[in-house]
Design a protein around this ligand. Structure first.
Ligand code: SF4
Length: 244
């Protein structure tokens, strides 16, 4: 158990004791609000405060992460361990890699159980807002892990790419099983069923590329929510942070 991650850990390393800050804008995005366009009224903000208060008492953020040497790369292919990952344009997007890092994040089951209880009690607006808090919390956690890996890599002259997940950017959801073979989720209580659905539901699996010549920031600027002060490699000003 640890509060830091070794970006080149060959073993499945667990991160807990995470001072996670849930991004309010992310919660509202899950509620359908577009930042800078839709303005939530006082009733919505008060519901958000109540749901955040409940959510923060229920979430248990945990991450498991493991790095695996890359044995082959193609324009749309990464080979590592005994796995072949078919990811469109990954060769161009990530450049040459030495390793890939597979990670799984979860905020646990308790929040989802509370949402179900609220739903049964017909407290629908609060149930929906709490569900959005859970979705935003696990997104913020994945961002936290990505930033922490970047911070850990810099002193060794290594770069860490933006994370990607099965089911996004043309990467087949079915390869979730490969990701779980690279980094099993049991250490943090996350399982995968035959349909490649994770339990608890508020979980995210991700992959990053690692290496001195890895390319970064191909679709968003990872530095925006990173809390590392005076980072000489910062590529964008910090807008807010996912760390308390
Ligand atoms: S500020 Fe950017 S480059 Fe620096 S550690 Fe954070 S994510 Fe990495």
């Amino acid at each position: 158990m640890s509060a830091s991650l070794d970006v080149r850990s060959p073993f499945a390393a667990v991160l807990d004791e995470i001072p996670l800050c849930v991004d309010r804008d992310e919660v509202l995005r899950f509620q359908g609000y577009q930042k800078g366009v839709d303005v939530p009224d006082d009733a919505v903000l008060s519901l958000f405060d109540e749901a955040l208060h409940i959510g923060e008492s229920l979430i248990e953020p945990r991450v498991v992460y493991r790095a695996v040497n890359v044995s082959g790369q193609g324009p749309d292919l990464l080979e590592a361990g005994d796995e072949r990952l078919h990811i469109p344009e990954i060769g161009r997007l990530w450049g040459p890699l030495e390793e890939i890092g597979a990670g799984i994040c979860t905020v646990g089951e308790a929040l989802e159980q509370h949402v179900r209880r609220l739903w049964d009690e017909r407290e629908l607006p609060l149930a929906l807002m709490l569900d959005s808090v859970g979705s935003a919390a696990v997104e913020s956690l994945a961002e936290y892990a990505n930033d922490l890996l970047c911070q850990a890599a810099i002193p060794g002259g290594v770069k860490v790419t933006n994370r990607i997940s099965p089911g996004y950017a043309g990467w087949d959801t079915g390869e979730q099983a490969s990701l779980f073979r690279l980094c099993p989720g049991d250490a943090i209580g996350v399982t995968l069923n035959e349909a490649c659905v994770m339990t608890p539901g508020k979980s995210i699996s991700f992959l990053v590329g690692v290496g001195p010549a890895a390319r970064v920031d191909h679709y968003f600027t990872q530095c925006r929510r990173c809390w590392m002060r005076d980072c000489g490699y910062r590529r964008a000003p910090a807008a807010l942070t996912v760390r308390r």
